[in-house]
Design a binder for this molecule. Structure first.
Ligand code: 0A1
Ligand code: ZN
Length: 879
């Protein structure tokens, strides 16, 4: 029997019937198999909540042994614990509740609550993991002060940590020790954390602008302290950045970061005790790529930024998740823009949105940034909540400008510090600080689906006016057949045919707008009349990607080449190149499906050639501009997806460019070598990105000379960025050098789990036939285990985004996914449901694959004992 689906609705939100201002926990980690948790809760009836004679606490895989009120043990008939709740009958208005429970950390393969990893005990409570530790009102609007005492074996778990400050510690009988921690800040239970482990420690300090010294500590697996140095520097940068940018200071005396190899998410912002997946904190140039360094820097910053946006001001309920995540991702993006290339950071964020969020918004799991219903909240840690959520904050920032936005943030913290609020608190603060009416803007939080802007223009020579007509629409999504027009900024510029930017002046406005104007869209159709326009211009639309929408405008290739070469907005220079390629890719897919030959014009090679010739100015940007739209982004544009056709046409375009620009790619490969010692800074990582892009293009031709170059790069690489680029190119090249390279890489790195993940992922991402069989083989390899999320994401997750092999025409890729997901589901349903999501968009595919994918989903749906997490995904997909 499958677990019954229950839907939680925003409309049913009620304030909690009870409040729990104080929590005292005594956690005795007796063995890996068992811990005893004694909880003392001060419970009060909530004057603002519904009145209830019984207290109902959340519970999940915890066995409750005893319950006492005000020190008196309750007889068994006064309380019941079923699988989900502890109900205590006839409770007074205000009382002390003592419970004693047992949990089983080693059996906790879901990795939610307290669980074990190789180095000891760790916890993850977001969103609903605290109820797996002790019975509680496990919801973010119940905020408490926590005092936590941990007991564990002294030798095996020398490090004991919890939130806040350590106030006492000591030894106890049986070679054990204990430590007591007090967190002075009231917090929701999802921010609770404990660690008891054998870890090495490094320490540093940060002096805040008000002159306080904060102790910073990093805890990593023994012997890996050198790999924590980079992240520690990032933490200090992030602390300084938040002071400089938002005037926000760290509020703790002690800030601890712990690394763990088994972790469901990337990292977790627990108050004063961030817990990180090793892959997002450990870095060293021989085992981490530039991309890893960048991601680590941003993630350390992200978790730190949560200390204010998430922890000090938290979410009322889980429908409000974007309140903390959208805002924190936006702050992380600002930080990345300041530390690296602003344009490249923006391009990468938009690519991320297009590969992850746009498809989600066009599928069966589409939901608004603030969802109104869910079955499992863990399924709503989505690209929509995070990435689109950040775009909404960015749009407000664009609409009101940076100065007013900053005032809005100040106001937000002044009014809501210490509170659990809704997404509306942020919008209201922006509204109040700026005077801008955001009532229509709020629709962005409620409507799902990716909006389209259809732009038409007309130039009138006699009156020297240029008219832009913008019509918005949004396709139907589950539960939302029709949409209302939304309020959004559209940043535009106008270029003359020789590439100069025209000063903008709208009819009826006294002053000009300079070279870029933020137009405000509100009505379904808006008309903008520009005056004093001396020549028919080329419009640059949606500069810096001013709104998360799809802009349609009938550009011809000349206009796109002009924008690619001359737009003052770097994002739109990149965008023009993407459009140029996309138009030709779509034409190619249509030609291939109609049995016509696929050809590409000279101007494509010329345009890309100019970007390459200009690369010296900004190699990182050139690398982005020379990257063709991803297969998933091309697929998204098709009526009916044929992944094989998409793959072949994109590959053909790569080979076309590699042939035409062979000499240029080859000389750029030499020119952009990075001399000197490795550094992950923006400048040198940009050079490596461009150089490795050249290698990848050349490798698509598979010539013997390039293969030797690639093998030499792999063998001689002094950093993982260059090694991985060479390995990935070989992995997709059907050549004799391939297998020895992959096997040699594994042999060299088999003792570094994070590098083994890279190897698994590289194998799973190969474009070559035989990949399905290889992934199945690797799923039985001793290096692989379904119990470790990183291994699953590396092998199964990478395979799931391999457009050509996961979607193999015979359905073998789907069958493999079903097999692995069903094996994983009872072990770790949160991760399993993420894997199953690779099948959810079956309706978008051509008939043969559609049928195979649907059958795969049905096999999963029919599986006895399927988890609620996976059940929600297959249920919605098949609905
Ligand atoms: N809040 C964390 C990430 C996180 C996401 C999902 C989780 O469980 C379902 C747990 C943590 C962040 O945004 O960094
Ligand atoms: Zn976050």
């Amino acid at each position: 029997m499958n677990a019954a689906a229950t839907t939680v609705r925003l409309a049913d939100y009620r304030r909690p019937a009870f409040l729990i201002p104080e929590v005292v926990l005594d956690i005795d980690l007796q063995s890996e198999d068992e811990a005893r948790v004694a909880a003392t809760l001060s419970v009060q009836r909530n004057p603002d909540g519904a009145s209830s004679s019984s207290l109902v606490l959340d519970l999940d895989e915890v066995s409750v042994e005893s319950v006492a009120i005000d020190g008196k043990l309750l007889p068994p008939e006064r309380w019941q614990a079923d699988g989900r709740y502890l109900t205590v009958q006839d409770v007074p208005a205000s009382f002390r509740l003592d419970t004693v429970s047992r949990i089983h950390p080693r059996q906790n393969t879901k990795l939610m609550g307290i669980y074990t990893s190789s180095t000891g005990f760790f916890s993850l409570c977001e969103a609903e993991g605290f109820r797996r530790i002790t019975p509680f009102l496990d919801r973010p609007d119940v905020m408490a002060r926590y005092t936590v005492t941990l007991h564990a074996d002294r030798e095996r778990y020398p490090v004991l940590l919890a939130n806040g400050n350590c106030v006492a510690q000591g030894e106890e009988g049986g070679a054990r020790h204990w430590a007591r921690w007090v967190d002075p800040f009231p917090k929701p239970s999802y921010l609770f954390a404990v660690v008891a482990a054998r870890l090495d420690r490094s320490q540093d300090s940060f002096r805040t602008r008000s002159g306080r010294n904060v102790l910073l500590q990093f805890f990593v697996e023994p012997g890996k302290l050198d790999q924590g140095v980079f992240a520690l520097e990032s933490l200090k940068h992030a602390m300084k950045w938040d002071e400089d940018t938002y005037g926000l200071e760290v509020d703790l005396d002690e800030y601890n970061i712990v690394a763990v190899g088994d972790f469901n998410a990337g990292a977790m912002e627990n108050k004063g005790l961030n817990i990180f997946n090793t892959k997002l904190v450990l870095a060293r140039s021989d085992i981490s790529t530039d991309w890893d360094f960048n991601f680590i820097d941003r993630t350390v910053a992200h978790e730190y930024f949560h200390n204010w946006t998430g922890n000090r001001v938290t979410c009322r309920d889980w429908f409000q998740l974007a309140l903390k995540e959208g805002l924190t991702v936006f702050r992380e993006q600002q930080y990345a823009g300041d530390r690296y290339s602003r344009a490249v950071a923006r391009i990468q964020a938009v690519r991320n949105l297009r590969t992850g969020q746009f498809p989600e918004d066009a599928g069966p799991m589409a939901h608004p940034v603030r969802p109104s219903a869910y079955q499992q909240v863990s399924n709503f840690y989505t690209s929509t909540v995070y990435q689109k959520g950040a775009e909404l904050v960015r749009m407000m920032h664009t609409l009101v400008g940076p100065a007013k936005f900053r005032q809005a943030m100040d106001l937000y913290f002044r009014e809501h510090d210490g509170q659990a609020v809704t997404t509306d608190a942020l919008v209201a603060a922006v509204e109040e600080a700026s005077g801008e009416d955001l009532s229509q803007f709020r629709l962005w939080y409620e409507q799902s689906g990716t909006a389209r802007l259809s732009v038409r223009d007309q130039y009138d020579e006699t009156s020297q006016t240029y008219v832009l007509t913008v019509t918005q629409s949004c396709p139907p999504t589950p539960g939302q057949p029709t949409k209302k027009p939304m309020h959004m900024p559209l940043t535009v510029g106008l270029l003359t045919p020789d590439g100069r930017e025209l000063p903008l002046r709208l009819e009826g406005e006294k002053t000009g707008r300079g070279g870029s104007a933020v137009l405000s869209l509100r009505q379904e159709t808006e008309v903008f009349r520009f005056i004093d326009v001396p020549v028919p211009p080329v419009p640059s639309l949606g500069r810096n990607f001013s709104a998360p929408v799809i802009i349609g405008y009938p550009y011809d290739d000349q206009a796109l080449q002009l924008l690619l070469g001359y737009d003052s907005d770097a994002f739109n220079r990149w965008e023009a190149g993407q459009r140029l390629a996309m138009d030709l890719l779509l034409r190619g897919v249509a030609d291939r499906r109609a049995g016509r030959p696929v050809q590409f014009p000279d101007y494509l090679a010329e345009a890309f050639g100019r970007v390459l010739a200009d690369a010296q100015k900004d190699p990182a940007f050139a690398a982005e501009a020379l990257t063709l739209p991803a297969e998933i982004i091309i697929a998204e544009r098709l009526e009916e997806i044929d992944p094989q056709a998409v793959h072949e046409v994109r590959f053909a375009m790569r080979r076309f460019l590699a042939e035409r620009l062979h000499g240029a790619f080859r000389s750029a490969y030499d020119l952009f070598a990075t001399p000197g010692p490795y550094s992950p800074d923006a400048e040198s990582s940009g050079r490596r990105a461009l150089r490795n892009l050249c290698l990848a293009f050349l490798m698509d031709l598979g010539e013997a000379e390039t293969r030797s170059l690639c093998v030499a790069q792999l063998a001689g690489a002094t950093n993982m960025t260059d090694a991985m680029a060479a390995l990935a190119a070989l992995a997709s090249c059907d050549c004799p050098e391939r297998r020895p390279a992959l096997d040699g890489f594994y042999a060299k790195w088999k003792d570094e789990p994070l590098v083994v993940d890279k190897w698994l992922s590289t194998e799973a991402l190969s474009r070559l036939p035989g990949t399905v069989a290889r992934v199945r083989e690797l799923s039985r390899h001793p290096a692989f285990t379904l119990k470790n999320p990183n291994k699953v994401y590396a092998l199964v997750g990478s395979f799931g985004v391999n457009q050509v092999n996961f979607h193999a025409a015979d359905g073998s890729g789907y069958a493999l996914m079903v097999e692995l997901a069903l094996a994983l589901d009872p072990i770790n349903p949160q991760v399993a449901s993420r894997m199953v999501r690779n099948l959810e968009r079956y309706k978008r595919y051509e008939p043969a694959r559609r049928e195979l994918m649907r059958a795969a989903l049905q096999t999963i749906a029919a599986h006895p004992g399927l988890s609620r997490e996976t059940g929600e995904v297959v249920g919605k997909a098949l609905a």
